[in-house]
Ligand binder design. Structure first.
Ligand SMILES: NC(=O)c1ccc[n+]([C@@H]2O[C@H](COP(=O)([O-])OP(=O)(O)OC[C@H]3O[C@@H](n4cnc5c(N)ncnc54)[C@H](O)[C@@H]3O)[C@@H](O)[C@H]2O)c1
Ligand SMILES: O=c1ccn([C@@H]2O[C@H](COP(=O)(O)OP(=O)(O)O[C@H]3O[C@H](CO)[C@@H](O)[C@H](O)[C@H]3O)[C@@H](O)[C@H]2O)c(=O)[nH]1
Length: 438
């Protein structure tokens, strides 16, 4: 079986490599020539645990190929996945220009029946837009080649993408064509040896499922951040409350960790996009508007605590920041809370020394530029700093030497944005610990 994956980013590269890993012949396509050349030479464009190994193995075997030539790639492919970006437009709605450009190119270059499956996160009605774009391109060359459109949203998490793809909780497929359904079933068979994981549905429902899933997860996080902020005011401990409610299986233990707000390339943009979809249909998604408002405010909570401790004017002070990426195990800086925190510290006159095990290159290149200095390790970041901020909970930060840190920092003060440290233990060692609702 041969397939093509168009867009070789977090989703496209992981999906392509994982399909190849189970024996499917995969061609990954991207317009970014540098990325494609790099991949051919074993250079990964992103950091994702376990990815490099399977990319290299499957590239060496010939099952995984990389190209910039979409027309060539789709010849003989039973499925073409669209996995390009859908960034927020000015008004918050998902910008479909990359998706529709790919659909147009498929229509212009296909030579046989093909299933065009959208893996990018796209709003309801996109399936129809993709179908229309392919049809228009076929009409232009007076062709009536048959094709099918499907929606196959992706649910992988960055930092655990390979594992999520190889062992999916569910595979959602929106489809309205029997032949396409059979092809998708065959394609995903290797991922469900432990039981049927595919949920077939109509295309609009599949498209909506993706947004509803992310919106629900974002809601859990904002809800918990709201509760944590209240815990702080009333003298309750958000960690205890989290355990107390999470033990109810109806609530569950996952995605109820308070922190410095959710970031990344998905939750912020997808919550915005579904709110916008509601507006387009004259419906106000009030819960999700609040989810977004709470999250925007939560990104400022740590600096608010810093100012309460040190005063509004932070000029002349230096802060050490541990963790820059939006979550651990990724180099992705998109919408990382660290960006907001660093901007705010600098606006208040402070200097920032940052350290991240993987994301410093990305931070330097794209987002934070020269606004901060980068440390060579976690301890180096603390030399002569006035306090430490834990922003992203990488494993290597979990059990530091408090004795060493106490000597490096000017003050034994820590702002723990992910509640990974034990307040009581630190207090006994003479530290002042600020957490989120603890
Ligand atoms: N990142 C995630 O964890 C994740 C998870 C699930 C779903 N999604 C969704 O998947 C989509 C892709 O996200 P991503 O994070 O992988 O994006 P990304 O920015 O990492 O990758 C997109 C790739 O598409 C390429 N591209 C753009 N136009 C192209 C074209 N015409 N032909 C070929 N390639 C083209 C870009 O060069 C880029 O390499 C988005 O809709 C996103 O919401 C992302
Ligand atoms: O209890 C929690 C869990 C997460 N987060 C934050 O939420 C953000 C998103 O984390 P996570 O969901 O683990 O990573 P993503 O890679 O953004 O994955 C989400 O977005 C993807 C893109 O749509 C989906 O495919 C995934 O299912 C969905 O989890 C990060 O900033 C986390 O720090 C919290 O603050 N508290």
């Amino acid at each position: 079986m041969k397939i093509t994956v168009i867009g070789t980013g977090y989703v496209g590269l992981v999906s392509g490599a994982c399909f190849a890993e189970v024996g499917i012949n995969v061609v990954c396509v991207d317009v970014d020539q540098k990325k494609i050349e790099g991949l051919k030479n074993g250079i990964m464009p992103i950091y994702e645990p376990g990815l490099e190994e399977i990319v290299k193995r499957n590239y060496a075997s010939g099952r995984l190929q990389f190209t910039t030539d979409l027309g060539d790639a789709i010849q003989g492919s039973e499925v073409a996945f669209i996995a390009v970006g859908t960034p927020p437009g000015e008004d918050g709605s998902a910008d479909l220009k990359y998706v529709l450009a790919v659909a147009d190119e498929i229509g212009a270059k296909m030579s046989d029946y093909i299933v065009v499956a959208t893996k990018s996160t796209v709003p309801v009605t996109t399936g129809e837009k993709v179908r229309a774009a392919i049809k228009t391109a076929l009409d232009k060359r007076a062709s009536d080649l048959p094709f099918a459109v499907a929606s196959n949203p992706e649910f992988l998490k960055e930092g655990a993408a390979v594992e999520d793809f190889m062992k999916p909780d569910r595979i959602v497929i929106g489809v309205d064509d029997e032949r396409a359904e059979a092809i998708m079933k065959r394609l995903y068979k290797p991922f469900q040896l432990n039981g049927d994981r595919i949920i077939f549905m109509d295309i609009p429902s599949a498209e909506m499922t993706k947004y509803a899933a992310n919106a629900m997860l974002a809601t859990k996080i904002s809800f918990m951040n709201d509760i944590a902020n209240l815990c702080e005011l009333v003298g309750a401990n958000a960690n205890m409350v989290r355990k107390g409610i999470g033990s109810d299986p109806r609530i569950g233990t996952k995605f109820i960790y308070p922190g410095v707000g959710y970031g990344g390339s998905c939750f912020p943009k997808d919550v915005k996009a579904i709110i916008k979809t509601g507006k387009q249909y004259g419906y106000e998604l009030k819960v999700l508007q609040s989810v977004e408002d709470v999250n925007d405010a939560q990104k400022h909570v740590l600096v608010k605590k810093i100012k309460q401790h040190f005063g509004e004017d932070l000029s002349g002070m230096t802060f050490a920041i541990w963790g820059l990426s939006f979550k651990p195990n990724t180099d992705d800086m998109r919408e990382a809370p660290a960006i907001v925190i660093i901007d705010e510290l600098i606006a208040a006159g402070a200097k920032v020394k940052g350290y991240d095990p993987i994301a410093m290159k990305e931070a330097q290149h794209i987002y934070i530029g020269d606004k901060i200095t980068y440390a060579k390790d976690a301890y180096d970041a603390c030399v002569d700093a006035d306090a430490l901020l834990l922003v992203t909970e990488w494993s290597e930060f979990r059990i530091p030497s408090w004795e060493a840190l106490g000597k490096l920092l000017n003050n034994k003060v820590i702002f723990d944005g992910r509640n990974i440290y034990d307040k009581k233990y630190l207090q006994d060692l003479g530290w002042i610990h600020y957490g989120i609702g603890v």
